[in-house]
Design a protein around this ligand. Sequence first.
Ligand SMILES: Cc1ncc(COP(=O)(O)O)c(C=O)c1O
Length: 240
Amino acid sequence: MIQYPDRLSLAQLPTPVTRLDRFPLGRDDVTLWVKRDELTGTEVSGNKIRKLEFTIAEALNQGCTTLITCGGVQSNHCRSTAILGARLGLKVHLILRGQAADKPEGNLLLDYLSGAEISYLPPGEWASHRQVAEQLVRDYAQSGAKALFIPTGASDEIGLWGYVAASEELADDFKTLNMVPDYVVTATGSGGTQAGLIVGMHILRLPTQVLAFNVCDDAAYFDAKIRRMCRCGSSDTVWK
Ligand SMILES: Cc1ncc(COP(=O)(O)O)c(C=O)c1O
């Protein structure tokens, strides 16, 4: 049994797994399945909510009433945090990379509609976003509110548990479908999804390898970040 940290039940789980019979791969020795994580919940859908189930549980355990997080102006993670905060009665303060829009659209509109407070940081000053967040935590503390700073994508050693749990869900899927896939393939944007899958596959002793495609930065950046998150140092056993 995996010993999980505390977790809130926020996502619609388990998500189904669908075989893509007509996906043009150009070869017939590969079968493609998709884990339908877009079905985790309409307004909070995707992979973000799995990580936030653990992150927000940690915030509540620490007695926090405010969540501070950061990302691009159209960040899905920020929108999920804003909506979950509204649902749970927590204040949410977003630090967004960019400028205020005359007419907010998309995720930014949803951020405002959910009542999140928003601070903008120009792209040229983004390197200081952590210091800005830490200053906000101190400002909230002075006004008597405890705030938790959630790093980009909730990708840290707490959030990654969301994809350790997803790995357990996948292991059940594999059993039901009577298969052991060679690869689980994911995008990697802030690293928590990939890190959680790596740890999950390792804990569950599954031979399935995690193959990730970075959507920003480069492989060396994620290699270092994910090793840090997993605290797996030079252990090739975990890393593979
Ligand atoms: C569908 C999907 N999968 C995976 C990822 C990567 O998630 P993470 O930010 O945990 O690396 C993202 C976001 O970048 C995403 O939208």
